[in-house]
Design a binder for this molecule. Structure first.
Ligand code: NDP
Length: 448
C-alpha cells in the first residue's frame, strides 16, 4: 500500500477534471488524477464525440437521396456497414484518449488508473493506495438513468449503442430530450425503423415552442414514428427481441429498447458519506458559487453537480477553478450567460439566449421575428424540409434576448451569434450588418 500526497487531486478524467488538472499542474501544483475508465470521460468516449461521428455517418443517407436532383445517380441500394463505422469511430476515440493522456502528462499530472473512494474528508483510496491532498476535485460526471418501470433494466442506454455489434432493425426509444432525438436521427438515417416515444406533447422541453413543433413535423415527414403523449409501461424480453408495452395500449416488438430519460450524477461509488460531502435527494453534489462542497477543500463541478450539463461548461468550470486555486486569479468567474446549445438532429436545432416563453416569464415585452423557408439546397433536391429561424427582442431596449434555429448548419451558425448576444447586440446592430448571400444565416440580419 502506497501513501501519496498532492496539492490537488482530481477524481474523474472527463472534460472538467482533465482541464482543471492540467491547468493546475501548468501553474506548478503537484496534481494527481484518478480515472477507472477511458480518459476523456463521457464526451470523448460515450457522448458528444462518438455521437457526432455517428450523426455524420447517418447524414449520408439523405445526401445520397438529395444528390439525384443535382444529376447524380447513386445506386438504388447503397450498402452500409455498421461494423465499419463503429470500428472507425473506435480508432478515432483511441486517438483522442491518447491526446488526453499526453495533455495530462505534459504538464506533469500523475494519472492513476482506478476508481477513487473517500475514506474520510482528507483521504481517498485508489487501487488500495492511500491518497491525501490539500484540495480535491470531484468531476465524475453522470450516468444514464435506468427507467424504474418493470423491465426497465432490460433497456439499453446511450452508453450501449456505441458498442452494439450490429445495427438493430427495429428500435424503440423512450424520451424526447437531447439523447432520444439525436439517436432517433442517427439510427433512422442508418436504416433502422425507429419509434420514438415521448411522454410530453412536444419534444425537447426547454427549447423554443415553435422549434419543438417544427422538429416533430420534420421527424414525422422523414418516417420516424414519433408518438407524443406516449410512454412505456413495461418491457419484456422475448427471445432475442423485446416487447414494449406503451401507456396507450400498444405492444411493440423490437430488437432494441433504448432508454433516454436523462442522466444522474455519478456519485454512488465515491463514498461521499465518509467525507461528509452533502448531496441532494437526486444525488447531485451540493456546491456554492466557488464550486466548494459542504467540505470547503473538496470541490465539484460539471455534471456531477447537475447545473448546466454541457461539456464546454464543465471544461470552463474546471479551467476557472484551477485559475482561482493555483493561478493567482481568485476572482475569476465562469460566464453562464447565453450558453449556446445544439441538438444534432436532422435538421439540427440550435439556440442561444431566452426562448419567447422564458422572456415573457421574466417580464420582458418582446418583439418576435420569424422566418420559415425551404432551404436553397432543397429547391433542387426536392426534399420536403423547412428551416425555421426566430429572434426574440426586448421591445423596450431593442436588445436581442434569444435566437433559435432549426435547419442545416444551425449549430455552426449559432456559435457565432452567441458572441453577438454576449456583447449585448441589439436588433439595430443586426440590421446594419451586411448580409452574406446566399446563406441561411443572413436571415438573422434581414428579419423584418
Ligand atoms: P434530457 O433531460 O434532455 O431528456 C430526458 C427526456 O426523457 C425528456 O424528454 C423527459 O421528458 C423524458 N423523461 C424523463 N424522465 C422520464 C421518465 N421517468 N419516463 C419517461 N420519460 C422521461 O435527457 P437526455 O437523457 O436526453 O440527455 C441528458 C443530458 O445530456 C441532457 O440534458 C444534456 O444536458 C446532455 N446532452 C447534451 C447533448 C448536446 O449538447 N447536444 C447531447 C446529449 C446529451 P420531459 O421533458 O417530460 O421531462
Amino acid at each position: 500500500m502506497n501513501e501519496k500526497h498532492y496539492d490537488y487531486f482530481v477524481i474523474g478524467a472527463g472534460s472538467g477534471g482533465v482541464r482543471s488538472a492540467r491547468i493546475a499542474a501548468a501553474y506548478g501544483a503537484h496534481v494527481g488524477i484518478a480515472e477507472g475508465a477511458a480518459l476523456g470521460g463521457t464526451c470523448v468516449n460515450l457522448g458528444c464525440v462518438p455521437k457526432k461521428l455517428l450523426a455524420y455517418g447517418s447524414d449520408y443517407a439523405a445526401h445520397f437521396e438529395d444528390s439525384r436532383g443535382y444529376g447524380w445517380s447513386p445506386p438504388e441500394k447503397i450498402n452500409f456497414s455498421w461494423k465499419t463505422l463503429i470500428s472507425n469511430k473506435n480508432k478515432e476515440i483511441e486517438r483522442l484518449n491518447s491526446i488526453y493522456q499526453t495533455a495530462l502528462e505534459k504538464p506533469g499530472v500523475e494519472i492513476i488508473r482506478g476508481f477513487a473512494r473517500f475514506l474520510s474528508a482528507n483521504k481517498i483510496t485508489v487501487n488500495n493506495d492511500i491518497i491525501t491532498a490539500d484540495k480535491f476535485l470531484i468531476a465524475t460526471g453522470g450516468l444514464p438513468r435506468i427507467p424504474g418501470i418493470p423491465g426497465g433494466e432490460l433497456m439499453a442506454t446511450s452508453d450501449d449503442v456505441f458498442h452494439w455489434p450490429d445495427l438493430p432493425k427495429h428500435v424503440v426509444i423512450q424520451g424526447g430530450g437531447y439523447i432520444g432525438v439525436e439517436f432517433a436521427h442517427i439510427l433512422h438515417g442508418l436504416g433502422a425503423h425507429v419509434i420514438l416515444l415521448h411522454r410530453g406533447d412536444l419534444l425537447l422541453r426547454g427549447f423554443d415552442q415553435d422549434l419543438r413543433e417544427a422538429l416533430g413535423t420534420e421527424m414525422l415527414k422523414q418516417g420516424i414514428d414519433l408518438r407524443l403523449a406516449c410512454d412505456i409501461e413495461k418491457v419484456e424480453k422475448n427471445g432475442p427481441r423485446y416487447s414494449v408495452y406503451t401507456t396507450t395500449g400498444d405492444i411493440i416488438e423490437c430488437d432494441k429498447a433504448l432508454a433516454a430519460i436523462g442522466r444522474i450524477p455519478n456519485t454512488s461509488a465515491l463514498g461521499l458519506e465518509c467525507a461528509d460531502v452533502k448531496t441532494t435527494s437526486k444525488g447531485q453534489i451540493v456546491i456554492n458559487d466557488d464550486y466548494q462542497t459542504s467540505q470547503s477543500h473538496i470541490y465539484a463541478l460539471g455534471d456531477v453537480a447537475n447545473r448546466h450539463n454541457l461539456t464546454p461548461v464543465a471544461i470552463r468550470e474546471g479551467h476557472v477553478l484551477a485559475d482561482r486555486l493555483f493561478g493567482g486569479n481568485p476572482e475569476q468567474r465562469v460566464n453562464y450567460e447565453n450558453i449556446a446549445t445544439a441538438v444534432f438532429s436532422n435538421p439540427p436545432l440550435s439556440t442561444v439566449g431566452l426562448t419567447e416563453e422564458e422572456a415573457s416569464e421574466k417580464g420582458y415585452a418582446v418583439k418576435i421575428y420569424k422566418s420559415s423557408f425551404k432551404p436553397m439546397k432543397h429547391t433542387i433536391s426536392q426534399r420536403d424540409e423547412r428551416a425555421l429561424m426566430k429572434m426574440v427582442v426586448d421591445a423596450k431596449t431593442d436588445k436581442i434576448l434569444g435566437l433559435h434555429m432549426m435547419g442545416m448548419d444551425a449549430p455552426e451558425i449559432m456559435q457565432g451569434f452567441a458572441v453577438a448576444l454576449n456583447c449585448g447586440a441589439t436588433k439595430a446592430d443586426f440590421d446594419r450588418t451586411m448580409p452574406m448571400h446566399p446563406t441561411a444565416a443572413e436571415e438573422f440580419v434581414t428579419m423584418r
